[in-house]
Design a protein around this ligand. Structure first.
Ligand code: NDP
Ligand code: GDP
Length: 326
């Protein structure tokens, strides 16, 4: 039985990759940082019905000694480094914390791997935000980067230090440059989930407006369940590499909002208000990924359209709100 070690297991992707690995027969260990609200930490794992099937261990990406101790104890075959301060908006409010976790946290993990289990396979959660002010109309692994937020700058460090440790120490370390991916488990601060949660509230009469920022930005959105499959595929390759994971289609925030409202038969013009406070100091206007390498080398393709995903998210939020009210 293989052992997988996941940082960020309480997040969206951590929950889905844990589910996938359990289905494949792995023993799954998840790093959890200490919290006074420990009982709600595993909400996403509970939603997927797997909270009793994973082992949660206590540590923090900012504390290298905890990482070394845990890797020594668990001796994982595969490591998925998904833990991060992952919200672009917050990265302007907490730039140093973002650097400490999203950038230095990667180095802390890589050092622990190099010292304790150098033959383990390592996945780094890199981001399309690194392309930022895009240099090519479709972004692929060789497209130059131009990060536009403290988050993206931190992710760029994580990406390059992963490549550097692969080249310097021969680690089986791969970096997945994942474009935006969503699901019913997405955090409510991200625009898709904010929209689907608000649409559900409006439909149920619990709210009557939705404040948003820049509706003109476009994103290449896929489903988290598809994207964690690509992570696993990367670690099954004989050789480590870097891969863009994307759908190859970009859609504006406005059009995504329209899909969500149309699903419940409402007109967004009656509810959406533009709030200038929600515009960002520096914006990423367009992201559009070319996942040819992932398709050719991994055999990976996405299976869920944006429309299907947004409808699934609205339905999940309607169900959650209805059961909370019951
Ligand atoms: P989430 O925000 O849902 O999850 C982040 C996870 O990181 C949580 O489990 C969180 O724990 C954990 N974490 C935060 N700080 C620390 C710390 N100091 N020590 C240990 N763990 C910590 O993110 P996603 O699941 O959406 O994303 C997974 C990864 O992929 C992230 O690195 C993200 O930046 C990256 N990514 C995501 C994309 C997306 O569209 N979703 C696109 C490209 C990259 P807690 O529950 O305690 O807060
Ligand atoms: P990101 O691509 O990782 O920053 O994912 P987000 O979901 O946070 O943001 C995607 C895009 O939606 C960005 O261009 C934001 O400026 C835009 N956006 C517009 N209104 C909002 C809002 O109210 N919240 C968030 N999070 N993003 C918004």
């Amino acid at each position: 039985m293989k052992t997988a070690f996941i940082t960020g297991i309480t997040g969206q992707d951590g929950a889905y990759i844990a589910q996938l690995l359990l289905q494949k027969g792995y023993r799954v260990i998840g790093l959890v940082r200490r919290s006074s609200t420990q009982d709600i930490n595993d909400t996403r794992l509970k939603w997927l019905g797997i909270s009793n099937d994973v082992e949660l261990v206590d540590g923090d990406l900012a504390d290298p000694s905890s990482l070394i101790r845990l890797l020594q104890k668990e001796q994982p075959d595969e490591i998925y480094n998904l833990g991060a301060q992952s919200f672009v908006g917050s990265s302007w409010h907490q730039p140093m914390l973002t650097a400490q976790i999203t950038a230095m946290g990667v180095l802390n993990m890589l050092e622990a791997v190099r010292l304790v289990c150098p033959t383990a396979r390592f996945y780094q959660a890199s981001s399309s935000e690194m392309f930022g002010l895009i240099r090519e109309p479709m972004q692929k692994e060789t497209t130059p980067f131009y990060p536009r937020s403290p988050y993206a700058v931190a992710k760029l460090y994580g990406h390059w230090i992963t490549i550097n440790y692969r080249e310097s120490f021969g680690l089986h370390a791969s970096s997945g440059i994942l474009f935006n991916h969503e699901s019913p488990l997405r955090g409510r601060e991200f625009v898709t989930r904010k929209v689907t949660d608000s649409v559900a509230r409006i439909k149920l009469g619990l709210s009557n407006e939705l404040k948003l920022g820049n509706l003109d930005a476009t994103r290449d959105w896929g489903h988290a369940r598809d994207y964690v499959r690509a992570m696993w595929m990367m670690l099954q390759q004989d050789e480590p590499d870097d891969y863009v994971v994307a759908t190859g289609r970009t859609v504006s925030i406005r059009d995504m909002v329209n899909v969500a409202f149309a699903h419940v038969g409402l007109n967004p013009d009656d509810y959406v208000k533009i709030d200038p406070a929600l515009f960002r100091p520096a914006e990423v206007d367009v992201l559009l990924g070319d996942a040819s390498r992932a398709q050719e080398k991994l055999g990976w393709t996405p299976t869920v359209t944006l429309e299907e995903m947004i409808r699934e998210m609205v339905d999940a939020d309607l169900a959650r709100l209805a059961s909370a009210a019951a």
